[in-house]
Ligand binder design. Structure first.
Ligand code: WTA
Length: 649
């Protein structure tokens, strides 16, 4: 824990939306009188039919039911586009910065509106109707945002699959959502390299269960190269929009109508499709974006996430555009054409707020203090961090080198499930402590529980739960409400269980300590260890596999794999290589094991359960903390494991 405290700068507080007195008053009202508080905040959106009810939620495990603004109607796309046309038609909505620094584009609200309307009509021409699911497998190009806004415009539900996922993972998600249409691009460009996205879709659709409902695959031509073509389903994006009208009336949606599905990893089973609904999500995304970044009219805001993750949903597209902001969308990577790219982009577009991940900060930090070259960073006002705990060294570097000692850092803790930021400092209100996400946002009631579910008071470590609902919360798991209840509302009764551990200090600040379940966080990407294990055991050479996280300098956590081979297979470097490739093929490059250790036996209890605690400690080289191993069915396994750790690669 870091001891240093950075007080709020008086200049920042003076012009901020929210200072400390206001934070405290608003927080209190948000908890004591949520109906009045959120009833007011909900007015930041335009509603077709105004709501009369605000909060109607229960975390009762027999009947988890979450509704916000339930009798109101609205449209997300309308709130991001149409309502800005009169006053901000010529203002830039999206600055697109291509992989190649010579490629960029400013898209005004009016342009974006027309392009979204055209694609909305194009989707309709492909048979997409209100309530249908459209899967997006896209690079970071304007068409990704356009496709999202077109879906929500016509009441279709989008399900975005990150472009780094494999055809297998994509197939499972297309199938899980019974998707009718897939939108992709022929290739994507990252760091100067061409990636065959469309070919991955083709491979995914070789699975009959995935192909079952797909009527068309709409392909954006990102790169001028040929691609395999299936006349029956494939159709060019460019042809469709050229033929479509530039006007498309937005569907009137109920507040609780599904808006999007987003798959994420948990500790057990296949990834789950979290369902987010329209009204509460939009209110929450817009409000958190405004307050966290102290966003003001005319600011240029840059979130470096990918739209395939929740951060891209809430803080590249929906939050900033609902606020009539200018959102920078970046196709490339931090080290192309060289390591100064982030600095060059900030300078080129005069970025005021930068929102990025600790893993990106650590990789810049490794390049030295002059990594951003002579880029002019004076436009920056506020910096954000998201995705994993930020270690104080990275925090201090970010503050000193990128923020030039001048910009507050908002370390924002939240999850795919929460829809928006939950624990974070507000720039004009909260003194900062490097490494702490600080205090809860409005309406958020964190608590720390012991293993038996008792609430702990004061400065203490515990399981982080949330005691009541907030509007941005996911409402269910697509098609499986029972699993939603099981996963989030059954470990401890009457609260939402986050799966994270946290410490609260004497000032009531929260320090997220990481996952308490079998989920690991690799470069800010959530990974279920069970998912990686089931990919591994699908390989004929593998009898048993156990996956744990271990501290990794750049990635935060790395993927450590223990493998027991089937008899008849020999350990070898080739087999290690093959297993790595196999996981990449099953899940995607982000799941590629960092270290593999062949282990003839696993540490198991007498009832046959693998003791991961021991595997974790060995992976961390923390042999003195193995704890009691006497309950193992064969305690000598541990000695073998320690000995063999020298051979891991
Ligand atoms: C972790 C990303 C510490 C946490 C928005 C959470 C963080 C998981 C932070 C959610 C942070 C995210 N400090 N840990 N500021 N932000 N996490 O669903 O473990 O991809 O449960 O959402 O990331 O990851 P997800």
């Amino acid at each position: 824990m870091s001891e240093k405290v950075y007080p709020v700068s008086p200049e920042v507080a003076a012009q901020a939306h929210i200072d400390n007195a206001k934070y405290e008053a608003m927080y209190e009202q948000s908890i004591n009188d949520p109906d009045t508080f959120w009833g007011e905040e909900g007015k930041r959106l335009d509603w077709f039919k105004p709501y009369t009810k605000v909060k109607n939620t229960t975390f009762d495990p027999h009947n988890v039911d979450i509704r916000w603004f339930e009798d109101g109607t609205l449209n997300a796309s309308y709130n991001c586009l149409d309502r800005h046309l009169e006053t901000r038609g010529d203002q830039v909505a999206i600055i697109w910065e291509g992989d190649d620094p010579s490629e960029s584009e400013n898209i005004t609200y009016r342009d974006l509106y027309e392009r979204v309307c055209r694609f909305s009509n194009a989707l309709k021409s492909q048979g997409v109707e209100k309530g249908d699911v459209v899967t997006l497998y896209m690079p970071m190009i304007p068409e990704a945002a356009i496709a999202m806004l077109a879906c929500t415009r016509i009441g279709a539900v989008h399900s975005i699959v990150f472009g780094g996922f494999s055809p297998e993972a994509l197939a499972a998600r297309i199938e899980g959502a019974s998707s009718k249409v897939v939108v992709t691009s022929n290739y994507s460009l990252r760091g100067g390299k061409v990636v065959p996205l469309k070919a991955n879709v083709d491979k995914a659709l070789e699975h009959p269960a995935a192909a079952a409902h797909v009527e068309s695959v709409i392909v954006v031509k990102r790169v001028d190269q040929d691609v395999a073509w299936n006349e029956k389903v494939d159709v060019w994006y460019e042809g469709l929009v050229a033929a479509a009208s530039a006007e498309c009336a937005p569907e009137e949606m109920e507040a609780e109508a599904p808006m999007f599905i987003l798959y994420t990893s948990g500790s057990t089973g296949a990834p789950k499709g979290l369902k987010h609904t329209t009204g509460g999500y939009m209110v929450y995304a817009a409000m958190t974006h405004e307050y966290a970044f102290d966003y003001k009219e005319g600011d240029i805001y840059w979130c470096t996430a990918d739209v395939g993750w929740v951060t891209g949903h809430s803080y590249i597209v929906y939050g900033p555009l609902a606020n009539g902001g200018t959102s920078l969308m970046f196709e490339g990577v931090p080290n192309y054409p060289d390591n100064s790219r982030f600095g060059r982009v900030i300078e080129k577009h005069k970025v005021n707020q930068l929102y990025t991940a600790p893993t990106a900060i650590r990789s810049l930090m490794q390049q030295g203090e002059d990594v951003l070259g002579d880029s002019d960073l004076s436009s920056l006002r506020i910096l954000g961090s998201v995705g994993e705990p930020i270690n104080p060294e990275a925090w201090n570097w970010y503050h000193r080198i990128v923020g030039q000692g001048r910009c507050p850092i908002v370390d924002t803790w939240w999850q795919t499930e929460t829809g928006g930021m939950m624990i974070l400092p507000l720039p004009g209100a909260t003194a900062l402590k490097p490494g702490s996400a600080t205090r809860p946002f409005f309406g958020v009631q964190p608590a720390l529980l012991d293993a038996d579910g008792n609430e702990l008071e004061g400065a203490v470590d515990g399981n982080l739960v949330l005691k009541d609902s907030w509007p941005g919360q996911s409402r269910s798991i697509w098609g499986d409400h029972e699993r939603f209840i099981q996963t989030y509302f059954s470990t401890y009764k009457g609260v939402y269980t986050t799966g994270d551990g946290a410490r609260r200090d004497e000032d009531g600040y929260y320090w997220i300590t990481g996952r308490v379940d079998d989920v690991i966080n690799v470069s800010g990407h959530r990974m279920g260890t069970a998912e990686v294990e089931s990919a591994l055991v699908a390989h004929p050479a593998v009898a048993e596999a156990a996956v744990v996280g271990y501290p990794h300098e750049l990635k935060g956590q790395g993927i450590y794999v223990y493998v027991t081979l089937q008899s008849g297979y020999e350990q070898s470097d080739e087999l290690m290589k093959e297993l790595r490739l196999h996981v990449r093929k099953e899940i995607g490059p982000i799941a590629s094991p960092d270290l593999i250790q062949f282990s003839p036996g696993m540490p198991k209890t007498r009832s046959g359960k693998i003791m991961r605690r021991i595997l974790r400690k060995i992976a961390e080289d923390d042999f003195d903390a193995l704890g009691d191993t006497s309950t193992l069915s064969d305690p000598t396994v541990v000695d073998d494991l320690i000995e063999n750790r020298m051979n891991r690669k």
